[in-house]
Design a protein around this ligand. Sequence first.
Ligand code: MIC
Ligand code: SF4
Length: 658
Amino acid sequence: MGMNLVQKIIADHLVWGKMEPGEKVAIKIDQTLLQDATGTMAFLEFEAMGLERVQTEISVQYVDHNMAQFGPENHNDHLYLQSIAAKTGVYFSRAGNGICHQVHLERFARPGGTLLGSDSHTPTCGGMGMLAIGVGGLDVALAMGGAPFVMDYPKVIGIRLTGKLQPWVAAKDIIFKVLEILTTKGNVGCILEYFGPGVQTLSVPERATITNMGAEVGVTTSIFPSDERTREYLEAQDRAEVWKPLAPDPDAQYDRIIEINLDELEPLTAAPSSPDNIKRVRDVEGIEVHQVLVGSCTNSSLRDLMIVARILEGRRVHPNVQMGVTPGSRQVFEMIAANGALATFIAAGCRILESACGPCIGQGLSPGDGKVSVRTFNRNFKGRSGTMDDYVYLASPETAAACALTGRITDPRDLPRLFGIEYPHFEWPRKFWIDDSMIIPPAENPEEVEIIRGPTIGAPPENTPMPQTINGKVLIKVGDKITTDHIMPAGPFLKYRSNIPEYAKYVFYIFNEAGKPTFAERALEWKNQGGHGIVVGGESYGQGSSREHAAICPMYLGVKAKIAKSFERIHRQNLINFGIAPLVFADPSEYDAIEEGDLLRIENFHEQLRSGQVTVHNVTKDRSFACTHDLSADDVETILLGGKLNQVREQRRKQMQG
Ligand code: MIC
Ligand code: SF4
């Protein structure tokens, strides 16, 4: 039987396990990627596990998230990261060099390789035919130390593309279509593999827009084949030597096939406040727009910026619209500076932002109360922009540019009629502007490098082993589709990423009510009384980002279990890594019988967790209910030991003794 592309790459990297549904497989990791907001903790964990040198083909540390630098914290992190990267054998991409996913695609990704990154949008490099997976920092730290990555053998959903995008319709609209079909929940354990004749009509950066936003579908990753378009892109990046063709076998099998005819697609948008709230732009046109932002790791390639520049050329952004542009990398920045597009943006009245995540992670440009912001980004969860009452529409660069000119949500297909603008012709350059001087290679004499630890660099948090009896209290009960942005906000709090006691104050910040104790205060009060915190959630708990702080900070506050109807992959793994049990309601209707403040008691927790069935007694309501889990035996032991740091230390202690 023929193999699909995912199966081929897994087979090529298989360390152990059976390539069969329901089985676990461990794969060798060729490359890793860390960004600064998750990297500081990951490196602290790397050190805490006693690891010294990276064992991968290439590991890169990027600085792109935490760049607002209000106070010393961010720069302290950057200096720590630069020094420890040099010492441990990691490339360091300096602040200003660009967004990790964009730069990795340009300068490091290679077809057929595996990449593990401490950022949920790591699958961006799937656009280059890599198996690229987003995980928590601790899992990347382990992979840097040479450990294989263990995952559930995936279901592969084939997405067959036919036809060709029509003018004014973009790659972003393809992933919107996928989100409309698959939504953001229920896709854990799947990988999306794109194939079919429509693939060759898309350039590598367009493919990367699609694989990037596969993160919002909740799949493990997304991948495209490697073909002539991939070769052209790599040649233009002066990296033709890493190219190889990759395609599924002609008789490859998929667990499900979704057909998308590109000819029939039209401009779409993700309306507030979920990436799967997909609408036709036509159906929401006319809504007043106050802000337009072009950028983020989804849509900041040269192509994306050039399309917007050509639309704006000789025109002005609507007077009621604030417009910002973020080039995805220094390469893109240099190229738009050289070809005049930067001048076009400035003349049109755009605000030019540095090459970083910026407003995508709430670092500035928050919209006004109740105001509409159209963004080419990938996430529009309520409050992520930094404004609680935000109305963020996600859109393609084409749609964003049209909105910027009219001050209303506008279908870009109306631009010829409204402004006489023809669809811009964009030709990929035969050579990109290449200058890797902002990527610092590892030190030649690592023993001479001193690690710089500013006073705001903490230690990785310690956890105690899981108690036998859980004296639990429901500290909060939340609904469906709770994202890690809801659990652990970024924006202005992002700077506390290496200071857990401070950052923990903002856990579930969005749910705090004025005049009432915050989640953190309630949790610490209960912990100080010797109690254990429990969080209750609905479906698809822990969507979105890979930030392991959404597990570490609750752990610090004494949370021992989260009980939900279902969990998303990365957050679930982060909970395991930090010794919090992710339990699932055996009967989802039990969710309704629990209230915030209920006391929950679990006896013999160790044996119950090992057996796979956990009975929880609700002391307040005087009733019991059952929970299950699909944790492996190893995951259970990790949780019982209080997390992976304790487990790795224990293993090393035993090795030293034996
Ligand atoms: C995000 O887009 O939410 C982030 C910020 O890139 C996160 C990582 C983080 O929280 O540091 C992600 O997507 O994993
Ligand atoms: Fe940065 Fe936004 Fe991409 Fe996350 S989604 S990596 S914050 S640009």
